[in-house]
Write a protein that binds this ligand. Structure first.
Ligand code: AMP
Length: 228
C-alpha cells in the first residue's frame, strides 16, 4: 500500500482505543498520536502545557481546545505522521476540535473514522482494572500485569492506577463523552467517513474486525484513484 493512511478512532473511555490504536500503528506503520498520552507526558515533565493541563485532567475535564489542537498540529506535520500517516486516539473530542482538524487537514485526507462500540457496564469494569506505567504510559490491567511486581516491562517504571481513574473523574469523563464526543459520530457519518465496529471480544479479534473494515475502504479508494 503506497498511500498515506490517516485514521481516527472514537470510543468511550475504556473502549480499548489505546490498545487498538497501538495495533493499527504497527500494522500500517503509521504514527500513534494519543492526546491523553501526550498530555500525561507533559504533566510528568512539568512543561508549560503540563502545568496548565494537570488540574483539568485530574478532574476528568477536557483541556481547552486551542492547547490540544496545537499539540496535534505539531505532531501531524512532521516525520512519520506526515509521510506515512497516523492514527488519532482521543482526538477530536468534540465537534469544534473536529472542525479545527478539518481546517488543518481538509476532510478528504482522513481515510476512515472507526467508532469502537462497547457497552458502559463493560468499560467501567475495564477502567477499574486498568493500570499504567507512571514513566512511559504503557498500559496493563489487573488481569494482564507486567511480568514482575508492577514494574513496567518496557522501561522499569512503576505501574500504577491512573490519577484520573477515580470514581468521580470517570463519571465526569463518561458524561463528557455523551455530551461532547458522541455528536462526532453524526459529524463523521455526514462526512461519509464513519465505520461502526464492536469493541467487545478478544483484543486480536477486535483488531482484525477493524483492519478488515479499513482495508476494504483503502483498497476501494486506491481502485477509485487508479481508474481515474
Ligand atoms: P485519555 O487518555 O484520552 O482518556 O485522556 C485523558 C485526559 O486528557 C482527558 O480526560 C482530558 O482531560 C485530556 N484530553 C485528552 N485528549 C483531549 C482532547 N482531545 N481534548 C481535551 N482534553 C483531552
Amino acid at each position: 500500500m503506497t498511500q498515506a493512511v490517516r485514521l481516527i478512532v472514537l470510543g468511550k473511555q475504556g473502549a480499548g482505543k489505546g490498545t487498538q490504536c497501538i495495533r493499527l500503528s504497527r500494522h500500517y506503520v503509521i504514527e500513534h498520536i494519543a492526546t491523553g498520552d501526550m498530555l500525561r507526558a507533559a504533566v510528568r515533565n512539568g512543561t508549560k502545557v503540563g502545568l496548565e493541563a494537570a488540574e483539568y485532567m485530574e478532574q476528568g475535564e477536557l483541556i481547552p481546545d486551542d492547547i490540544v489542537i496545537r499539540l496535534v498540529e505539531e505532531r501531524t506535520s512532521i516525520g512519520m505522521a506526515h509521510e506515512r500517516g497516523f492514527v488519532l486516539d482521543g482526538f477530536p473530542r468534540n465537534v469544534h476540535q473536529a472542525e479545527m482538524l478539518n481546517d488543518m487537514l481538509s476532510p478528504e485526507i482522513i481515510n476512515v473514522v472507526i467508532n469502537l462500540r462497547v457497552p458502559t457496564n463493560l468499560v467501567l469494569k475495564r477502567i477499574a482494572s486498568r493500570r499504567v506505567c507512571a514513566d512511559c504510559g504503557a498500559t496493563y490491567s489487573t488481569a494482564h500485569p507486567p511480568s514482575l511486581d508492577w514494574i513496567c516491562d518496557n522501561c522499569g517504571g512503576e505501574v500504577v492506577q491512573r490519577e484520573d481513574d477515580t470514581e468521580t473523574a470517570i463519571q465526569r469523563r463518561l458524561d463528557l463523552y455523551e455530551s461532547e464526543t458522541k455528536p462526532l459520530i453524526a459529524f463523521y457519518r455526514k462526512h461519509r467517513k464513519l465505520v461502526e465496529i464492536s469493541g467487545v471480544g478478544k483484543e486480536e479479534v477486535v483488531s482484525s474486525r477493524i483492519i478488515n473494515a479499513i482495508d476494504g475502504i483503502l483498497f476501494k479508494e486506491q481502485g477509485d484513484i487508479s481508474s481515474v
